[in-house]
Design a binder for this molecule. Sequence first.
Ligand code: ZN
Length: 204
Amino acid sequence: MTKPTEELLLHESRLGAGDESIADLVRKMIIKLGEDPDREGLRKTPERFEKALKFLTSGYAQNAEQLLNGATFSVAYDEMVIVKDIEFFSLCEHHLLPFFGKMHIAYLPNKKVIGLSKLARLVNMYARRMQIQERLTSQIATSIQERIDPQGVGVIVEARHLCMQMRGVEKQHSKAVTSAMLGAFRHNKQTRDEFLALVRNKAS
Ligand code: ZN
């Protein structure tokens, strides 16, 4: 699989010489939208937007292999590991507007586990890219599967999409829910039900 950094270089080769910065383009965009980029409140907006957008897409500069390197541990534990309510913020690739919410990740170890804080970093890595919720969900499940080869992985993502909510396309408070179930979470109803029950348990 091509590493994200190699992909970046490939796409950058399309830009040609004398290319403008993101800030230059944002300045033009502000003019096209009918605003004055030189008025006080907007003067530094192009640079601020470039900085923010680069942070929000900083996941392209990372890959799961590097991120989880040295963060997997051998254990005798074989009960379900579940991390609930991991907050994330991403950008929908269709509108470049935020979608955000909570992610619930579970897996059944097969002699190996991942450091808990690394799961949150893995979520950030994939969320800080141009995404669709379905791909974000399956990428996280697949990368856990690939790194520690567990008996199964389950990922549930609940998110609100500003491209729908701000434009009034959907009911203001509707949430999109996606899931990816691999291995035992797909084939074993009991495992899947245990995961779903733990996710629904709001008492904790
Ligand atoms: Zn969208």
